[in-house]
Design a protein around this ligand. Structure first.
Ligand code: C2E
Ligand code: CA
Ligand code: CA
Length: 642
């Protein structure tokens, strides 16, 4: 739309511009009028002198009087009435010439030559109406002279030709010639200007067309151009009975790069990716930027899917090579989805949709990989995609809430914490389990925003309970490892704490084991920053990952949450009781607390207490409840204690 507007601005003069042109045009006309006026007055003076020399005083007086009268044109111009000026000029010349014709040589008088001049002047400085009036007067005069001679009313005789009459004719001819020369000049200048204007409009149009079809950041064709090119490329592929590969490339981590290093860094990566793709696809293939961090390559001239696989491997390799931005090394990978025409579809929309589904599939299976579209995964992926877009909407429309599940101290039977658990109430699909949507939020990167919302919400809720005086323990929130990888979780958490006013010791973060395995220095710094502020850290689902004890001390973790899969099978003979016992003993020796999850009955609770487990959580005591039920729950719990 914007482009079209631009275009119409360029193609048609704006009101201001047209006024300018109009004004410039009239100014030019006024200049011409004044030039011709002076030339004519000079010519009149010259001719009257010649006429005096010949002894025709009456003619000389008429010529001079006209010359003087023509100064009234100056007055009209001074009064800013150029049309009136032009009319006075042309009409007085016409009348003067007509009179000279009438009293002189009739239609053979050299003044008739002057008529031609007046007509040319009229074309230059007058308007259509003046031209018509002048022409009518001339025709009328010539007809009147002819009639008068025919019927003997007057007898015009042509003066004998001598030097003086020749001079007069030459003067008139020179003035007319000068006017024609000026007219031709003006005409040529106008034509040149028109041609230049035309050129400008044409180049503006090309520029705008280019802009409409290309991405301004990378200079690559955009999705509109993709459609145009697809039609042509696919037609050719079909004619040669070849396949067309649609390689859909989605960058895996542009958002975290934008968030942590700024949009300029993101832009730089996009430009570099574009360059790399362009250099790779140089001759045979066609590449475009399809959206924010999405690129599409059309691969024509292929006969087997293998060729697209090979290209995809190359592209993965190419994109994942280091980027350098302001001396910082940045890593960025991509996920690729592939669709093939004609087997997956013959129109671009269908093909891109399928390549997109395949791309999500490769994101799901760990990113930095490629997948072909496979109808079997279609249904599943479509559900996933609609859930992901549903989540985006849910965030805006506040469909999420937090429920809180108490943690119980097994030795004192007191409430020793609450775990905040995310709930999504979908307007059509009802309650959707976090077990379903959290993994999708993670694979789509949406967990960043969602997690931020959880942190803010839990801190604000915690602060309200703190103000009410019921918060004597920490509120625990679940943090996904993706949130850590993004690199600024410490500032987000500390920001939420200070914004809400909740003291940090009332907040606990539940981390996953897999996160700590990575053992990066950055993670160690992040966690120790949070610990130094007083935020508590625990390990969720302990026992399901690669239980490496080394990191527990290093990262200043305080508690282990024993995964519910072990807790729930403690009373059968699978050996899970032994695992739980081992975890409890080990954490005791490391000085860590243990929290058993998923306790559903009194027997399990008693068993855990005997094993020395410090805390537990489960339906046996309470299910996760909405925030407004928490104060009542605490109150009745304490009442029962007394
Ligand atoms: P989790 O962190 O292990 O949370 C405990 C899950 O066990 C919760 O399921 C809770 O409702 C359930 N549960 C508690 N007691 C019992 C019990 O006695 N029996 C049984 N069968 N289940 C019990 P929920 O709320 O469906 O959450 C599932 C998972 O979703 C969580 O597992 C956590 O990994 C994730 N999740 C939930 N909220 C968040 C969040 O805000 N952020 C992140 N990153 N993940 C979250
Ligand atoms: Ca948890
Ligand atoms: Ca857990």
């Amino acid at each position: 739309m914007a482009n079209q507007n631009n275009f119409s601005n360029m193609a048609q003069p704006t009101p201001a511009k047209s006024l300018q042109i109009h004004q410039a045009f009239s100014r030019q006309k006024i200049i011409r009028l004044m030039q011709i006026l002076r030339i004519t007055q000079a010519a009149l003076l010259l001719v009257s002198i010649i006429t005096i020399g010949q002894g025709y005083y009456r003619d000389a007086i008429i010529l001079m009087a006209t010359g003087i009268f023509l100064f009234s044109v100056d007055w009209a111009i001074y009064k800013e009435r150029p049309v009136t000026g032009a009319a006075i000029f042309l009409l007085s010349l016409t009348l003067m010439l007509s009179y000279l014709i009438w009293i002189g040589g009739g239609i053979r008088d050299s003044s008739v030559l002057g008529y031609c001049g007046v007509l040319i002047f009229a074309a230059m400085v007058g308007n259509k109406r003046i031209l018509l009036v002048v022409l009518s007067v001339m025709v009328a005069v010539l007809m009147a002279v002819s009639f008068a001679n025919e019927y003997g009313l007057v007898q015009n005789t042509v003066e004998p030709i001598n030097l003086a009459t020749g001079a007069i004719a030459i003067v008139i001819l020179l003035v007319v010639g000068l006017a024609v020369w000026m007219l031709a000049n003006d005409y040529r200048a106008t034509l040149d200007e028109l041609a230049r204007e035309n050129e400008r409009v044409k180049s503006a149009k090309n520029h705008i067309e280019h802009m409409a079809m290309h991405d301004p950041l990378t200079g690559l064709p955009n999705r509109i151009m993709a459609q145009h090119s697809f039609d042509q490329i696919y037609r050719e592929a079909k004619a040669h009975k070849q396949l067309l590969g649609i390689i859909f490339i989605d960058l895996d981590n542009l958002k975290p790069i934008n968030d942590s290093l700024g949009h300029q860094a993101g832009d730089q990566i996009l430009k570099e990716v574009a360059l790399r793709l362009l250099s790779y696809t140089k001759q045979v293939d066609w590449v475009c930027r399809y959206g924010g961090d999405e690129f599409i390559v059309f691969m024509p001239n292929i006969t087997a899917a293998d060729q697209v696989s090979e290209a995809s491997v190359d592209i993965l390799q190419l994109v994942s090579e280091n980027y350098v931005y302001r001396n910082i090394e940045i890593f960025c990978t991509c996920s690729i989805g592939i669709a093939l025409a004609p087997q997956d579809g013959e129109d671009l929309d269908t093909l891109i949709k399928k390549a997109d589904i395949a791309m999500y599939h490769s994101k799901d299976s760990g990113r930095n990989s490629f997948r072909f579209f496979n109808p079997a995964i279609n249904r599943n992926m479509l559900d996933h995609i609609s859930l992901i877009s549903g989540m985006r909407k849910a965030l805006q429309e506040k469909q999420f809430s937090l429920h809180y599940q108490p943690k119980i101290d097994l030795q004192t039977n007191d409430i020793c914490g609450f775990e905040a658990l995310l709930r999504w109430h979908h307007p059509d699909q009802g309650f959707i389990s976090p077990a379903t949507f959290i993994p999708l939020a993670e694979s789509s990167g949406l967990i960043i925003q969602l997690g931020e919302w959880v942190i803010t919400e839990a801190c604000e809720q915690g602060k309200r309970w703190y103000d009410e005086g019921i918060l004597q323990f920490a509120v625990a929130i679940n943090i996904s490892s993706i949130q850590f990888k993004r690199g600024n979780i410490d500032s987000i958490v500390l920001g939420a704490l200070s914004a809400s006013g909740l003291p940090p010791q009332f907040l606990e973060l539940e981390l996953t084991e897999s996160l700590l395995i990575e053992d990066s220095d950055r993670l160690a710094t992040t966690l120790s920053t949070l610990r130094a502020e007083g935020v508590h850290l625990s390990i969720d689902d302990f026992g399901t990952g690669y239980s490496n004890l080394g990191y527990l001390k290093k990262f200043e973790v305080e508690a282990l949450k024993i995964d519910q899969s072990f807790v729930r099978k403690m009373d059968d003979q699978t050996g899970d009781a032994a695992i739980v016992r081992a975890i409890i003993q080990m954490s005791a020796s490391l000085g860590l607390k243990t929290i058993a999850e998923g306790v559903e009955d009194a027997g399990t609770a008693a068993l855990l207490r005997n094993l020395g487990c410090t805390q537990a959580q489960g339906y046996y005591w309470a299910r996760p409840m909405p925030a407004n039920e928490v104060p009542g729950f605490i109150e009745s719990w304490r009442k029962n204690q007394d």
